[in-house]
Design a protein around this ligand. Sequence first.
Ligand SMILES: [Zn+2]
Length: 500
Amino acid sequence: MNESVKNFYSDNHRLKIAAYRGGYLPNERRKIEAGLRDGSIAGVVSTNALELGIDIGGLDASVMAGFPGTISSAWQQAGRAGRSSSVSLSILIASASPIDQYIIQHPEYFFGKSPESGWVDADNIYILLDQLKCAAFELPFKDGELFHSNVDEFLNYLEENGILRHAGQKWYWSDRSYPAENVSLRTSTPENVVIVNTASGRNEVIGEMDLSSAKFMLYKGAVYMHQGDRYIVKELDLENHRCYIEDSKENYYTDSIVKTDIKMLNQDDVSMHGGVECIEGDVLVRSQATKYKKLKYHTHENIGYGEINLPADEMHTRAVVLVFRESSMVGKVFAEIAEALKTEIIQKLGTLLKNIAPVFLLCDPRDIGIAERVKDTEFANPCLYIYDRYPGGTGISEGFLKNIGRIVEGAYELVSGCPCESGCPSCIGPTSGGFAFIEAGGAGAGGAGTAGSDDAGSMGPDAADNMGQGAADNMGEVNIKLMVIDFLRKWMDAWARSNK
Ligand SMILES: [Zn+2]
């Protein structure tokens, strides 16, 4: 938010508009909520922090800037308007993102789908065991009591591990821990960093952020926004969970460049789905921000870089790995792609699948992580890792596998239906000016490059620039978008044949 926007929101004397998000301190949030109820604040610009559980009274209209990711969230946000008996209005402004474009092009999907069919995998062992533990902690289970069809098996498992005790036809909690503490709920991680404004020596706490996000957003030199005011981070003290900031007059914002490594820890299951080998298992995801970009407001022009010196963030989670083995039907199709184009094609495929999957999994695109490898060190073949971005996993990778057929079909529909000529942010993302160049003979550079294009918003240009390497006079022009469409079509064909 720049100065002019700030004035528009906060200095308009007839209309008082407030900003609202999760990182604000409780007293500041209560003040805004009260202002909305008594009418002293006429409008609020908010993140999804206002979506649930807060009575904000009778707003007349809501405007969603982009599809919030799930159908239930969209209805929740729309429902923030119209609490009184009068007519209310809700507007969804679709962004250029693939999921928004899919929803706009398929309104029947949005209006026809019940939000109650939201994606929660009750069979997911991680979710189920945690829920069972919390339930048993509150009240002992009776023999034969219904919770889930396999509840006995899980209760026995918990007893074997000393967490429950079976006595007198009941299952009692016998562990010392408090189980709900280990159940990860989206933003409420127990460890938060407190943000301290050191301006004029006051040391005033103005906000907080979870520890993991702080490593990617509150590094030294980062620009931090609060109620339209800009601050710059002087120091992030991870040990004491404190971040010191001071006023900033700089006309740029910052965006960290994150490197992600992923390592398979164990494989639980290997299955074939439509000619692709799918491996489910546990992975270790290691993310590290090493640099940040300074981007100008308005133009988003990159005006410089800075170094970040913070420890990596490690997470154990669940993943499904799609291995395109050359011996498999779809792997063979991928192997036929010119070597120099493989990196870009698999990155575009990854971007596309990650962006379209939330439509079918009813999760937020940010819940899904993806890493693309042209030649994976573990599986020695091209791979796509799809992982759950919550420690331990919430069932997203399992859900991805269950819906993979529909996801691939949805990806094909989206990219082939996109009116762009050669790739745009609404389908596979921008390509190198739309076209890439390859040597007429086929084989080029590329090859062993690994790619984790999962960082916060640095997709596109960098990868595209690389495609220019090795461009020589005898190169032919290829359209990456058409190649992705062709690959997806062959993938669906292989699927149809494998199901016969
Ligand atoms: Zn497009």
